[in-house]
Write a protein that binds this ligand. Structure first.
Ligand code: ROI
Length: 158
């Protein structure tokens, strides 16, 4: 079993409901167990243009799937939640990002793990630290160091 962490985000169409239903769907993924989910947070949108605040969380999964098979399952859930891939960094009903996949480092056409933007996103680091405060990244960097160095962005626990 590989322990992995998934970032959840939504800023359209009842974001809290989107995250709850995504968690229900993730609990149904084959050969995978939903171990835990962090608290939900509201966060100021990062990225260009005006868009609503996000609701973000991080979930811990244990899976026997490979990273790309897990990505397939997560993308199927995004699509079932009406995700449209139009504007890069635009508003979205549901975003599921593979943040970490065990201690693996991967870079394929579809998937880069650890997720390259973890260090600059407090809406990922804070809920990840709720689940795994002592986590160490595959390159040896403690999560605590990333948290200390991360730029501040408005974030409130729901
Ligand atoms: N901003 C916040 N606060 N939360 C997100 O989940 C999020 N996701 C994104 C972009 C558009 C980069 N901004 C975000 O994909």
């Amino acid at each position: 079993m590989t322990r992995c962490y998934i970032g959840l985000g939504s800023n359209l169409a009842d974001p809290v409901g989107q995250l709850r239903s995504a968690l229900d769907a993730m609990a149904q993924i084959a050969r995978t167990r939903l171990a835990e989910c962090s608290p939900f947070y509201t966060s100021a949108p990062v990225g260009p243009g005006e868009q609503p605040d996000y609701v973000n969380a991080v979930a811990e999964l244990e899976t026997d799937l490979g990273a790309e098979a897990l990505l397939d399952a997560l993308q199927a859930i995004e699509n079932a939640h009406g995700r449209e891939r139009t504007v890069r960094w635009g508003a979205r009903t549901l975003d599921l990002d593979v943040l970490l996949f065990g201690n693996q480092t991967l870079a394929t056409e579809r998937l880069e793990v650890p997720h390259p933007r973890i260090p600059e996103r407090n809406f990922v680091l804070v809920p990840l630290a709720d689940l795994a405060p002592d986590l160490v990244m595959p390159d040896g960097t403690p999560l605590r160091d990333l948290l200390e160095q991360c730029p501040a962005n408005r974030l409130h626990r729901l």
